[in-house]
Design a protein around this ligand. Structure first.
Ligand code: ADP
Ligand code: MG
Length: 258
């Protein structure tokens, strides 16, 4: 396993405070290009806040975020998205009324926003290519048989695959996923994680928050552990699993629960 990739995403002393609560307190996290980086930690340790701050949904109070060496701290979400960071969201309710294919088509970076494109022949070509790309994505995710189903009819795991598909329709380099296999049956969870591994081979980088360590660990390259808004440990699986602090604040509980 190569572990000397360059940092695609880097945070330096990133902090986010909510009325005195240090939800993030000086967090340094590096996400290596072409790797799957996992963040774990107890509930309320700041994992989702980290994702929201990196992707521009929360404003940082201190510190810096760099993507491909360029500072993106506190840029608006759409600019961060355009630079190549996409975070998956649960498919919102209105989009669940659309079909699987339609969900992919509306995810694409859309040149039709420019009104002049829509009256030129290039628009048709764009549309054709987009549909073809969408079907390729669906085949890759092995949900092409569902192309015409309403998203509302998909299982939780199939929806997660659709979320990945929506990310693939964009020019994303870094895909950030909050709990990609939570609540998903183990078979579909393996399928999601295998697709993530395939995408890694195609050059995507992943940052994932997930509690289901039993499922995700085989697919993960590097792990950060957070507690109370701080990184308390980082390393590869063996280092983390044998770290006393980690066992005390997190792993002990996890294994008691399951
Ligand atoms: N928008 C918000 N307003 C106020 N407090 C928040 C907000 N978002 C998160 N927090 C608080 O920040 C802390 C970290 O939350 P979060 O990042 O969601 O943790 P995790 O994802 O690790 O479970 C928690 O104490 C939470 O209540
Ligand atoms: Mg969370």
């Amino acid at each position: 396993m190569k572990s000397n990739g360059s940092d695609l995403l880097k945070t330096k002393h990133l902090s986010k405070f909510f009325e005195g609560l240090k939800a993030l307190n000086g967090v340094d996290i590096d996400v290596k290009e072409g790797k799957v980086t996992l963040i774990i930690g107890p509930n309320g340790s700041g994992k989702t806040t980290f994702i929201n701050t990196v992707s521009g949904y929360y404003k940082a109070d201190e510190g810096h975020v760099y993507f491909e060496g360029v500072e993106i701290t506190n840029k608006p979400p759409h600019e961060i998205y355009r630079s190549g960071i996409v975070r998956t969201f649960q498919i919102p309710q209105p989009l669940k009324k659309l079909t699987v294919l339609e969900n992919l088509l509306i995810s694409v970076d859309n040149p039709g926003e420019n009104i002049f494109h829509s009256i030129t022949p290039s628009w048709n070509k764009f549309e054709e290519e987009t549909v073809e790309k969408a079907f390729n994505v669906l085949e890759f995710l092995k949900i092409d048989h569902l192309w015409d189903s309403q998203a509302s009819n998909l299982s939780g795991g199939q929806l997660k695959l659709l979320e990945i598909g929506r990310a693939m329709m964009t020019s994303a380099k870094l895909v950030i996923m909050d709990e990609p296999v939570a609540g998903v049956n183990p078979v579909l969870a393996e399928s999601i994680l295998e697709r993530i591994t395939d995408l890694k081979e195609r050059g995507y980088t992943f940052l994932i928050v997930e509690h289901r360590l039993d499922l995700v660990l085989p697919y993960v390259d590097y792990i950060y552990v957070m507690a109370n808004g701080e990184v308390i440990a980082k390393g590869v699986e063996e280092e983390i699993m044998n770290n006393k602090d980690v066992i005390e604040v997190y792993l002990g509980d996890t294994y008691r629960e399951t």
